[in-house]
Design a protein around this ligand. Sequence first.
Ligand code: FNR
Ligand code: 8K6
Length: 347
Amino acid sequence: MIGNLFQPFVLNEKITLSNRIAMAPLTRCMADDDLVPTQQMADYYARRADAGLIISEAAIIRSDGQGYPNTPGLFTQEQMNGWRKVTDAVHKNGGKIFAQLWHTGRVAHPHYYNGEFALGPSDEGLQGSLPRMRHLSYTKPKAATQQEISELVEDYAQAAANAVEAGFDGIELHGANGYLLDQFMHYNVNTRDDEYGGSAENMTRFPLEVVDAVAKRIGIERTALRISPGAYFLLEGDPRDRQVFEYLLSELQKRDLAYLHIGLFDDTMEFDYLDGNATDFVRRNYTKTLMGVGGYSAETGEAAISNNRFDLVAIGRPFIANPDYIERVKSGQPVKDYSEEMLAELI
Ligand code: FNR
Ligand code: 8K6
């Protein structure tokens, strides 16, 4: 039943995956209070090392990128040492692991880093209160200056270098789901009128500067990117966003990323301004290695790969519920259903 899913997949000269199933990045809020990954986290990832690729839960590149409690960092030596336990454990079990690099932008909260403000593309803020911290409301962000944007580019590159030093096989830039890089690419949040806003070329400038700075530091073959052309989480879509992503994809097409990954919870979602779902929009505009995601099982992922909708499938919630997901699928055993209570513990 499951055919080419379990064949090796060559990403590039440096990296070959043992199969086409990736573990999606899954924030678990289980790092210690210095945002250092723990031994329990190392054990959790090691149990899933038979995935073709593990993409780590998002790790913040610097303290003001934090928007949720106990999300791990990749900017101190102690955090790198914690990640080293994770990467060693995964490699010992024959797996490969990329770090997902994160800055939440306007979704950050000064409470977490004892700061004055959250940085965003503009001062367009979020309404409401924070998940798991309902007593805190989102703050009005400060629009990043060009100097601050240059510092952010450097901090992404440094976090990527830290990731490689901590033993990761590569990194995935979190450019999806309404966080900092994604905020620059949607008109709803990016209302700038300088060279970082107002046109497709300007709105993709910062994300592309980050891609290029990271690639220069660790190699493009170790650099991947996750994007959400369809806005569905933490920001609103705008018909003009389509041109931004068409331009982004035309630029990415010129680079040899390890892979491009869609940021979605549900791949059946349709977006008017993309003429359908986000995955098909990306596939029409980008011909290199693409990772799909959002409500897939191994069977439906395999079918989508056979239909050439994408090349690799990321599985999220089922991996939370089933540490032995790959074994179960391979041997035809049923997989346990995910439920939100499972987030309380790392099994
Ligand atoms: C996520 N997702 C997510 N995405 C991301 O890019 N970085 C992250 O850190 C997280 N964290 C996260 C935590 C939890 C608890 C969930 C449920 C999801 C999204 C995830 O990678 C994936 O896109 C979705 O879960 C959809 O895939 P599944 O679960 O339908 O296979
Ligand atoms: C990306 C980091 C987030 C951290 C916290 C946990 C996430 C919980 C997951 C459930 C949220 C589902 C949101 C889906 C949005 C779809 C809206 C149409």
